[in-house]
Design a protein around this ligand. Structure first.
Ligand code: SN0
Length: 324
């Protein structure tokens, strides 16, 4: 695996899931792989789980870790080509990324969408500029349109907790006070559409995901009906893709409640976190046996670790082909 920015970089997702679950049992068996190598983790936006779990995964593989909050700690970076840099951005991505590439063997980047210009966000400019100029493998820590480490984690978690061979998985939109990216639902849908699950997306009208992500998932416009017989309820807010970046509904009927959970097949409740209590999901659900959000977040380590291992192996094969 050269880079990891979407499911397209995963050669065999079932193998990744199986290997991640093995790593969970033996976290330190590949400690030699990252020896004398460095990963740089660059954050343009806030992070708790991604930052700590990726750092932990890297350490389990013996990698040195450097973390930077870009913009806050470093110079503001100009992402566009050919501009006259007489504004507030002091450094161009072409130098910054190339310099970071001198210090790091793998580079992780988190950069949320602006949610103002759909074309611009869906072109993945920031991620692509890092791929172009860093000269080193890039791992996405959530980009403008996807959060693949989260989705691999979700698949691992579903695999771990499923009680039937082909579970019914429901991604349900939920209300929120802020306009949030489509990354988590886009990516989740992309991974579920490639997995052996019965997949439904439930949301109010106007919240349809981009067709390339929704694929041929079942779509449900009723906030309760989709819960019928579900094995997993995955809640997430996102802003509209059609009316790009807008909040079209704040209908509390879309909050996940114990009443709705009663319609399920004793479903597990999942969320990528952070979650707004009693806006997205009521306390009673989060504090019940249904909720596996903490265990899900724990699995972020194994998703990151299996991906970093694959990237390190690919790099070693390229650098020292005679060893393989
Ligand atoms: C981000 C999102 O993409 O929805 C990150 C999720 C992993 N979530 C938020 O920005 C939540 C912010 C808030 O104020 O609740």
């Amino acid at each position: 695996m050269q880079n990891f920015t979407s499911i397209k970089d995963a050669y065999n997702i079932q193998n990744l899931v199986n290997e991640a679950l093995l790593m969970k049992k033996m976290p330190h068996s590949d400690k030699h792989l990252g020896k004398h190598k460095t990963i740089g983790l660059l954050f343009f936006n806030s992070s708790l789980r991604t930052r700590l779990s990726t750092q932990k995964a890297a350490q389990n593989l013996g990698l040195e870790v450097m973390v930077m909050n870009v913009g806050a700690d470093s110079w503001q970076l100009e992402m566009n080509e050919g501009v006259i840099m007489n504004g507030d951005k002091a450094e161009h991505i072409s130098e910054a990324a190339a310099v970071i590439g001198q210090y790091c063997d793998i580079v992780g980047v988190r950069s949320f969408p602006g949610l103002l210009d759909r074309e611009e966000d869906y072109s993945e400019k920031v991620l692509n500029q890092f791929m172009k100029y860093t000269g080193k493998p890039i791992i996405s820590l959530e980009s403008a349109t996807r959060h693949p480490l989260q989705s691999l984690t979700d698949l691992i978690t579903i695999h771990e907790y499923k009680t039937v061979a082909r579970p019914k998985v429901v991604l349900t939109w939920a209300p929120h006070v802020k306009a949030l990216p489509q990354c988590v639902p886009n990516s989740f849908a992309e991974w579920m559409n490639h997995s052996d699950v019965d997949f439904t997306i439930a949301h109010p009208k106007g919240y349809e995901l981009a067709p390339e992500f929704a694929g041929d998932a079942n779509i449900c416009y009723d906030p309760a009906e989709a819960f019928d017989g579900a094995d997993f309820i995955y809640a997430k807010n996102w802003s509209s893709y059609q009316e790009y970046g807008k909040i079209l509904s704040s209908d509390p009927a879309w909050m996940v409640t114990m009443d709705k959970m009663k319609r399920t097949n004793n479903a597990k409740f999942m969320h990528c976190l952070p979650v707004r209590r009693n806006v997205v999901v009521e306390d009673a659900v989060l504090d019940s046996e249904h909720s596996i959000v903490v265990q899900q977040a724990g699995n972020r380590v194994w998703a990151a670790q299996v991906v970093l291992k694959e990237m390190l192996l690919t790099q070693m094969r390229t650098e020292s082909p005679y060893l393989f």
